[in-house]
Design a protein around this ligand. Structure first.
Ligand SMILES: O=P(O)(O)OC[C@@H](O)[C@@H](O)c1c[nH]c2ccccc12
Length: 284
């Protein structure tokens, strides 16, 4: 996946190499309008379930690299996004990487405009294999509320991508698998961490309890927004994430193309933190 993206980026960089190019210009100047409202919108949307409930995000994908049997050929991604938001989902990941997720730029435009129209406070997060700052500028140009960066893909480039994101005032969601990745992300100022339970390096194996194992790497005081993803298919595990203090879950194949999706969203959103967990989380 990363190699394919590298190839694709050769052309993309060439198309945007002129210093007067819109994306280049965006990367060259600090966004001085940054007053914290962009970050606040994202946090509010990702923490809409708080103080005692979970938020639900949708991974709007037609294909899944971790689950080859999944496939859903919707033609109007804006309408699909609106339908999920009407069913009380809180935010949407819009997929850009065609070969892995079956998304494309036009999809993102449609998802952004449909979301602005039907649920303006809901965040749209640009999801791609991000390896170049130009992609952050693209996410900003498409008016996404944030972009996803995979810690395992960018490695030592993570701090500089986070700096670029700060410069252009685009919040970043950092996807992490390990405690080490969480530490590096947090040390470098990441405001939102997405913990993925599916490890792409070990043949897409599911580690159901991984989020709990790496929670210690998060700073105390709820400053960082935390989401869990990877084969979230039942309310029992969602309840555990809620009690452990996570803010939300991101769900893909269990919702896309599922005729009972609205019921599943409702059942997750109806969960309430257990009494012991309320005490623990108010201290932690
Ligand atoms: O519920 P699923 O089909 O397991 O997929 C969701 C998610 O784990 C996966 O698509 C994913 C991996 N990384 C992400 C980052 C953002 C959104 C979604 C994802």
């Amino acid at each position: 996946m990363v190699q394919e993206k590298e190839q694709e980026m050769v052309q993309f960089r060439a198309a945007h190499k002129n210093p007067n190019d819109d994306l280049q210009m965006m990367l060259s100047y600090m966004d001085t309008k940054g007053d914290g409202s962009v970050a606040k919108k994202l946090t509010d949307s990702l923490r809409r379930g708080r103080p005692h409930g979970l938020s639900v995000g949708i991974d709007l994908k037609r294909r899944s690299p971790t689950n080859p049997s999944f496939r859903c050929d919707f033609s109007d991604p804006g309408a699909v996004a609106s339908a999920f938001l009407d069913s009380d989902a809180d935010f949407v990941f819009a997929n850009c990487d065609f070969s892995s997720y079956g998304g494309e730029l036009n999809d993102i435009k449609q998802i952004v405009s449909a979301t602005r129209a039907s649920s303006p406070s809901s965040a749209v997060i640009f999801k791609d294999i991000i390896i170049d700052p130009l992609q952050l500028a693209l996410a900003k140009q498409l008016q996404c509320d944030a972009a996803l960066v995979l810690a395992c893909v960018v490695g030592s480039e993570l701090p500089s991508l986070l700096d670029t994101a700060t410069l252009i005032n685009l919040p970043i969601v950092v996807e992490c698998h390990t405690e080490e990745e969480v530490k590096i992300a947090v040390e470098n100022g990441a405001g939102t961490i997405l913990l993925n339970r599916v490890d792409r390096f070990s043949g897409n194996k599911l580690y159901p309890d991984q989020p709990f194992a790496i929670q210690d790497a998060l700073p105390p005081g709820n400053f960082v927004t935390t989401l869990v993803t990877g084969k979230v298919t039942d309310t029992e595990s969602a309840q555990k994430f809620l009690d452990a203090g996570f803010d939300g879950v991101v769900i893909g194949s269990a919702l896309i193309g599922n005729p009972s999706a609205d019921k599943f969203i409702k059942s997750v959103k109806d969960l309430e933190m257990g009494e012991d967990a309320k005490i623990m989380n108010s201290i932690g």
